[in-house]
Write a protein of this length. Structure first.
Length: 360
């Protein structure tokens, strides 16, 4: 197979962890006989510094020409700590989602036996946790009308959703559930918000007409936040709107023992984007301490979701798990004598290249 991959390393630890994911992809090329063409482009703070634009037209063109996008992270303290900054790295992320039609963020939440003691929850609570969150990505309060009064004493942000926006991500969530444990939980705040009542109405109707074989239940977001801590294994597929999804996915990531372990995909009408969820972590940039497994597992999602390379994705996941079992762990997991970012990347790539983790 021959495919084109846009590489957007971004800010902070983004370049370091993305480089490890690229090592693993190149090992996949060698082991499985594929050819991937990589084109790098700027996004985020580095793009602002170079062009004044966090998502310049040149980067959009690279993304549009690619078959998939591998993304690192966005964010830098010099913009985060300046409330008067007119241009921010995060604006590039929102612009990218809109321009590429990336309306659904998919975040799997899995636990590993070796990380059981690293989780803030009891080991029995995180055992067999395996769920995925489908977060709507281009609507809601993040994209609604906003503003401040002239005297600066009042501000507003508007949450708006349409039936079509809800339907298109609901379809993905229910289709995923049929391949998993046949269970969808809609997370909303329908007791308070009109937009949530629309979500509940649309999802109910769509479920009854198209996926009656899938179990559907409903949970207010505050209850869902508690349930993720009390009984995370309850969930299979979680469907929710933009802001609620942003919050509960970060909460869910912590229970795994390391935010550095979790990948994600943003999909839509065109090319899909794959990224670790940990953010730019500027304090760790350049120190070679970041956990690259989230980026490596994002590469596995890329192969599986965009290219249909199931065996190759399974091989990467097996290699990541084997590396952890072999004690190759970064400082977020093991405080004493941890491995570096590059050591973890090299180890996983070597497992794939040697065929030690290849699954038939």
């Amino acid at each position: 197979m021959e495919k084109k991959i846009a590489v957007l390393k971004g800010d902070g630890i983004g370049p370091e962890v993305t480089d490890q994911a690229l090592k693993v992809l190149k090992a996949v090329e060698k082991t499985f006989g594929h050819t991937f063409h990589y084109t790098e482009a700027l996004v985020g703070a580095v793009a602002i510094d170079a062009t004044g634009n966090p998502f310049p037209p040149e980067t959009l063109k690279v993304c549009q020409d690619a078959d998939a996008i591998l993304f690192g992270a966005i964010g830098h303290p010099k913009y985060d700590n300046d409330p008067k900054a007119k241009v921010r790295p995060e604006q590039g992320l929102l612009a990218m989602r809109k321009a590429l039609g990336l309306f659904a963020n998919i975040r799997p939440v899995n636990t590993y036996k070796i990380l059981a003691n690293a989780s803030p929850l009891r080991a029995d609570l995180v055992q067999n946790v395996d769920f995925v969150v489908f977060r709507e990505l281009t609507g809601g309060i993040y994209f609604g009308a906003r503003g401040r009064s002239e005297d600066g004493n009042m501000a507003f942000d508007t949450c708006t959703y349409t039936r079509d926006e809800i339907l298109r991500i609901s379809k993905l969530a229910f289709e995923s559930a049929r391949l998993r444990k046949n269970h969808v939980t809609l997370v909303d705040k329908a007791n308070v918000l009109a937009s949530s009542r629309l979500w509940r109405e649309v999802v109910k109707e769509y479920h009854a007409a198209n996926f009656a074989d899938v179990t559907l239940d409903f949970m207010f977001v505050d209850n869902a936040a508690m349930k993720i801590i009390q009984q995370p294994a309850f969930f299979d597929v979680v469907l929710t709107e933009n802001m609620f999804g942003d919050i509960i996915t970060d909460e869910a990531s912590v229970i795994t023992g390391s935010m550095g372990m979790l990948p994600s995909a943003s999909v839509g009408s065109e090319v899909a984007l794959f990224e670790p969820i940990h953010g730019s972590y500027p304090e760790g940039a350049g120190l070679n301490i970041a956990n690259p497994n989230g980026a490596i597992l994002s590469a596995a999602m890329l192969l599986e979701t965009s290219f249909g390379l199931l065996k190759e994705a399974k091989a990467i996941r097996a290699a990541v798990e084997q590396a952890m079992e072999d004690g190759i762990l970064t400082i977020d997991i093991r405080r004493e004598k941890p491995n570096s970012t590059t050591e973890v990347g090299d180890y996983v790539a070597n497992l794939v290249a040697k065929g030690a983790s290849v699954v038939a």
